[in-house]
Ligand binder design. Structure first.
Ligand code: ADE
Length: 247
């Protein structure tokens, strides 16, 4: 997968050299480039923002550098190697919620382009113009406001990269984890069996795979019902078996 990130703070993305994302880059699974938006400014101050039309506090990112950045990274003409246009993602508290389902959707793309806004965001015309030639999604991490899109891109990219083929050693962990089946994952334990007076539940040490699976499912349902009743309400009824209903 190819990923381009445009930001006025390229230094934010130094952690993308670390750990499994770093490995995915080294192996070529993830071809990532970070670009400084100010590359596409032409004045001595390398200006990227201005006051909002209509008034109000804060500053808005001017459209010109963004327009040039998107022209450079997503050219109007099809590239000679026939590559299609990227999917443009713009983190914003006003976006659609980022979910595990969206992470799967993005992991299937060949080219993602992230535009990191700062201040009060990017002039809306940049997104409207880009939508004439590529798919544009404003995406929100949650109902809170960050300084800018950079941290959101780190989060989204981590969720997406771990779904790329070959990145996780054990593909089974994708099957079991929280959100894989619309439920939160059951609690996990490792050695020692007793620690500071707390025991690992007996069932997990029983070796009885049927009982373990049932216990994990019950714990997942209980946790989800307590912490995320919205997720229980969204479960398709056919995904619950008779014993789930009893639980
Ligand atoms: N930029 C500022 N706040 C954000 C949020 N909650 N999600 C994504 N991008 C943001």
């Amino acid at each position: 997968m190819r990923v381009d990130i445009v930001s006025i703070f390229p230094e934010y993305f130094a952690p993308l050299d670390l750990s499994l994302i770093g490995k995915a880059r080294a192996s070529g699974t993830l071809r990532l480039a970070v670009h400084d938006l100010r590359t596409w400014t032409h004045d001595v101050h390398r200006t990227v923002d201005d006051t909002p039309y209509g008034g109000g506090p804060g500053m808005v990112m001017r459209p010109e550098p963004w327009g040039e950045a998107l022209d450079a990274l997503a050219p109007h003409e099809l590239s000679p190697d026939g590559h299609t246009l990227p999917r443009l993602l713009v983190p914003s508290p006003a976006g659609v919620p980022f979910t595990q389902a969206m992470a799967h959707e993005l992991a299937a793309e060949s080219h993602l382009l992230f535009a990191c806004g700062r201040y009060e965001g990017i002039d809306q015309r940049v997104l409207d113009h880009a939508a004439g030639r590529m798919r544009v999604t404003e995406v929100s991490l949650g109902d809170y406001v960050l300084f800018g899109g950079e941290v959101a891109v780190l989060v989204i990219l981590e969720a997406v990269t771990r779904l790329l083929p070959g990145v996780l050693g054990n593909a089974g962990s994708l099957e079991e984890e929280s959100h894989a089946h619309g439920l939160l994952e059951a609690p996990m334990y490792t050695k020692p069996a007793t620690w500071r007076g707390h025991e690992v539940p007996e069932v997990l040490r029983s070796g009885d795979h049927g009982r373990i699976a049932r216990w994990r499912r019950d714990e997942a349902l209980l946790r989800t019902a307590t912490r995320r009743p919205d997720m229980i309400a969204a479960l398709p009824p056919e995904s619950l078996d008779k014993r789930d209903r009893a639980a």
